[in-house]
Design a protein around this ligand. Structure first.
Ligand SMILES: CC(C)(COP(=O)(O)OP(=O)(O)OC[C@H]1O[C@@H](n2cnc3c(N)ncnc32)[C@H](O)[C@@H]1OP(=O)(O)O)[C@@H](O)C(=O)NCCC(=O)NCCS
Length: 172
């Protein structure tokens, strides 16, 4: 007697370094997540004309399909180099399974390995606070355009890496 066929369980999404062939799907995902207004954000001023940190930018793949993305960029705060995180996006059908947090953690781990002292971003403190970001050490860091200072958040990757971050945030 043959045993009943068992459906293979689906593989969990893989989190991998973004490759050039993912770029188009990342654009589509981020457009969907943020809408057309995304290019008006002050954060975009730190990305246009900048080059993402290739070794610290990740995608979440489900069977080869891009379902999540996070990118990091080199900037300076008052002359101090930090990695700037964003955009972070997860496909609307794939949210609340920990992918967003896993992408942020992958990017921060890679940035720490690459020698960055801190990661900075503009985002919701209740979300990013769960993964170690805080507004207080970034209170004197000035975005290149309108920004709610309570949403400018930083996470140290080394002891004291979030200290002394004062002055304009510029492409680094
Ligand atoms: C924010 C985003 C990346 C989270 O992705 P995700 O894979 O669902 O994240 P996680 O699974 O790690 O975390 C989900 C949890 O965070 C909460 N959460 C999501 N966005 C939040 C926010 N802006 N503020 C507070 N909590 C938030 C969810 O309610 C959920 O809570 P629960 O664990 O109690 O159910 C995703 O919702 C997204 O792409 N949003 C649109 C783009 C965006 O806002 N990006 C971030 C701004 S830089």
């Amino acid at each position: 007697m043959s045993s009943p066929a068992v459906a293979p369980s689906p593989l969990p999404p893989a989190i991998l370094i973004e490759q050039p062939e993912h770029a188009r799907a990342v654009e589509v995902l981020v457009d969907r997540a943020f809408g057309p207004g995304r290019f008006a954000k002050s954060s975009e001023r730190l990305r246009e004309g900048n080059h993402k940190l290739d070794d610290c930018s990740f995608v979440a793949l489900d069977d080869g399909r891009v379902i999540g993305s996070v990118r990091l960029w080199p900037v300076t705060v008052g002359g101090k180099p930090v990695a700037f995180l964003g955009p972070l996006a997860v496909d609307a059908d794939e949210r609340k399974h920990g992918l967003g947090q896993a992408l942020v953690e992958a990017a921060c781990d890679a940035a720490a390995k690459a020698g960055w002292a801190a990661v900075l971003l503009v985002g919701d403190a209740p979300y990013f606070g769960r993964v170690g970001f805080a507004a207080e050490p970034a209170a004197q860091a000035i975005m290149p355009g309108p920004a709610d200072q309570r949403r400018v958040l930083v996470k140290a990757l080394v002891e004291g890496g979030d200290q002394g971050l004062a002055g304009p945030i510029r492409i680094g």
